[in-house]
Every structure is written in C-alpha cells, then in structure tokens.
Design a protein around this ligand. Structure first.
Ligand code: SF4
Length: 183
C-alpha cells in the first residue's frame, strides 16, 4: 500500500491543455476512468509540471514536436523534472512502489508511444498554403520532448520505470496495467 504514480499535469488539470474547439469523443470519460482507478486503488499521485504552460501560457497554439525540439525547451524540461527526480529517489530509497509515469500520447511534450511531428513554421496569417502546412502533421512512434528528457534523466540515474501513454483507446489497458502493478 505504498504505491505512487507520476502523471502528466493535464491528467489532473485539463485547463493546462491547448484550448480546444472540440474534444475527441469519449476522451474526458477515459481520462476520468484512469484517474478514478488510480484514486480508488489508493495510489499516491505526483503531478508532473506542464512545460508548455510554463513556457507559452494558456493562449498558446497547438504545436508539433519539431517546434519544441530546441536546446532551451529541452533544458526547461530537464530543470522542471530535477526536483521530481529527488522526490522519486527519496521514495525509492524508502521502499515505495513506483508504478510508473503516465504521459499523454500524441503530445509534442508528453507523448510516450506517440508524438506529433510536421513542418510547421512561419506566419500563420500570411501563409498561402496554411491548410497544406497543417495537414503535414504526422503521428510517429517517439516520445515527446519532456518524456524524452525524463527517460534520459532516469537512465542517467539508474532508475527504470514503466511508462504509459494515455489515449482514449488505451485507457482500459492502462487501468488494467495500473491495477496489476499495485502492491
Ligand atoms: S505539455 Fe504535457 S502536461 Fe502540458 S498540456 Fe501538453 S500533454 Fe498536458
């Protein structure tokens, strides 16, 4: 009964997300289902920081990973995670069961199994090929920038953790994996 999970900030606070003009059907129910599983199993929750909110605030556009993949943004992600690393080490040293990290698939920052890439750049208002630029978005099997950096930091510190990528379709599987990991 000393289980802990680290979750992406917006699993708990959806207001940190890019403002949406229409949420994918079933997504909110799926998010609540996963969080309910975590709470009902008495698992401690560590809410990770939202690097996009910190860097670009609530009025940001949606971005692709290519736009966030800069030395500075990577460094912000590393710095933001440092204090969580120390908490994690403290819990591990004292016998807590760290279930893993729950990220957000598709996100340029928090994707675990999936992130979005595309050739996005330039003045939106004067782009004659805006539709084409937007449509260049692709989802690929890579981590987002924050999850990339967290993985590197964990491996630099000899810590191995499960990572779960939240999507509406993966919610049931994630609940199952979390329940199985509870000690
Ligand atoms: S950066 Fe991560 S925590 Fe912030 S809104 Fe995007 S997916 Fe959620």
């Amino acid at each position: 009964m000393k289980d802990i999970i680290l979750v992406s900030h917006c699993m708990l606070n959806t207001f940190s997300k890019v403002e949406s003009f229409g949420e994918e059907e079933g997504r909110e129910e799926a998010r609540r289902k996963v969080m309910k599983t975590i709470i009902e199993n008495g698992i401690g929750i560590i809410q990770l920081p939202c690097p996009e909110l910190i860097m670009y605030g609530t009025k940001r556009w949606g971005h692709v990973k290519d736009q966030f993949d800069t030395p500075h943004f990577r460094n912000v992600c590393r710095c933001e995670f440092e204090i969580y690393l120390q908490q994690l080490q403290e819990y591990i040293n004292n016998g807590y069961n760290i279930i893993g990290i729950l990220g957000i698939d598709g996100s340029p920052s928090c994707g675990v199994d999936l992130t979005c890439v595309g050739d996005w750049r330039g003045e939106i208002g004067s782009n004659p090929n805006l539709r084409q630029t937007i449509d260049s978005i692709k989802y690929i099997g890579e981590k987002g920038v924050l999850m990339d950096e967290i993985s590197k930091i964990l491996s630099e510190n000899g810590i191995e953790l499960e990572m779960f990528g939240f999507q509406t379709e993966t919610a049931d599987k994630i609940c199952e994996r979390i329940e199985n990991a509870v000690k």
